[in-house]
Design a protein around this ligand. Structure first.
Ligand SMILES: [Fe+2]
Ligand SMILES: [Fe+2]
Length: 217
């Protein structure tokens, strides 16, 4: 069943600089910063995927999903904008975004000419990871207990909307008759890319920080 997704505008100051280790420790900050670097390109991919998926549905399907897709796009577009501002501050701190280029290259070389269902399969797989992380953050307040308060607010806001729209791409994939075996294959590919890219960007952030080899990290 289609659902209503509320788009919430977040009022948060992302102009005033924050400490490099804003979560309270070097590794946690490097890890969250790495995730943020993937969001502007990744969330644009998700938006394009659901738009293509909606366009491929028949009239009844479009009527069923129209509101949910509109809400999904509104939420992800807002996340993109906020994380672009967050990432700008990270770049001022000397961090370099290597992940975004890899996402854009994969879209051009592996997704560009593919069916909308491939885009949705990739989106559903990635949204599965963001939903797991979101649920963890929302049910384990200690994870960000020592974080800079305005950034904690940002990540919990994003987490709650990720948890809300976790099924949208998956439901659209199914509504378009997406094949279950292909969805699982895409899930494996996305899992490998996601794990590798997150690790590489986290290590790179730690290297920029001078904290790569420190025992405390
Ligand atoms: Fe998002
Ligand atoms: Fe999402």
């Amino acid at each position: 069943m289609s659902k209503t997704l509320t788009v919430r505008r977040l009022q948060v100051d992302l102009e005033t600089p924050w400490p490099r280790h804003w979560t309270g420790d070097a590794f946690g900050s490097a890890w969250f910063n790495a995730l943020s670097f993937s969001f502007p390109a990744g969330e644009q991919l998700f938006i394009d995927a659901v738009k293509q998926g909606l366009a491929r549905l028949d009239d009844a399907g479009r009527e069923r999903f129209a509101d949910e897709v509109q809400g999904f796009i509104g939420q992800e577009a807002t996340h993109r904008r906020v994380h672009q501002r967050f990432n700008l501050q990270l770049e001022r701190q000397g961090y370099v975004n290597h992940w975004e280029g890899r996402i854009r290259r994969r879209i051009l070389t592996q997704l560009a000419r593919r069916d909308a269902r491939a885009w949705l399969g990739v989106t559903a797989a990635t949204e599965h990871f963001t939903a797991i992380l979101a649920d963890h953050l929302l049910t384990h307040p200690q994870a960000l207990a020592n974080a800079e308060p305005r950034l904690r607010e940002l990540w919990l806001w994003h987490a709650s909307e990720e948890s809300e729209h976790r099924c949208t791409a998956f439901d659209l994939y199914r509504a378009l008759g997406g094949n279950e075996a292909w969805r699982r294959r895409l899930y494996v590919v996305v899992t490998l890319h996601f794990a590798l890219d997150l690790t590489r960007q986290t290590l790179h952030n730690l290297w920029r920080d001078g904290h790569w080899w420190r025992p405390a990290t």
